[in-house]
Write a protein that binds this ligand. Sequence first.
Ligand code: ROI
Length: 167
Amino acid sequence: MQNSETDLVTVYIGLGSNLADPAEQIKSARTAITHVAGVKELAFSGLYHSSPMGPQDQPDYVNAVMAVETGLPPMDLLRCLQHIENDHGRVRKAERWGARTLDLDMLIYDDQLIELPDLIVPHPGLAERAFVLYPLFEIAPQLVVPGKGNIADLLALCPLDELKRLD
Ligand code: ROI
């Protein structure tokens, strides 16, 4: 069901960068997201340093997770996130899972299960990614991930890998 404009939902967004001063990319993306009309920040995790998942011949990543409140429907929010990625110099290459200046993933949208050609929510890789689960747990320890279960249970099954919280 589509949200009416007055219906606000909580959305979790994953942020990742491994090029052109990753920590600055993440901070700047946070500011850009909070400036989107109809989007309000609820929480922002610490920054995490992570080794690359996928091809290893790329720099390490900085990752974070943000919670926002919004009345924007999922596809409208996705377009906004893609604009912000593009504004941060994101170049879409043929290579899957290559280095990127900024990656913004819609991890969770309210309690919804979404399967559209351009958008699957909850994010399909969420449960296998320490660099998503640990920052998500930091800001929402009681969260139930729609269709996947309790965040604490998911986290217990996910090795920490090389993940380190910065500062
Ligand atoms: N690996 C890490 N550690 N962090 C990411 O944000 C990330 N994003 C990606 C791929 C290439 C899968 N690997 C990643 O898109």
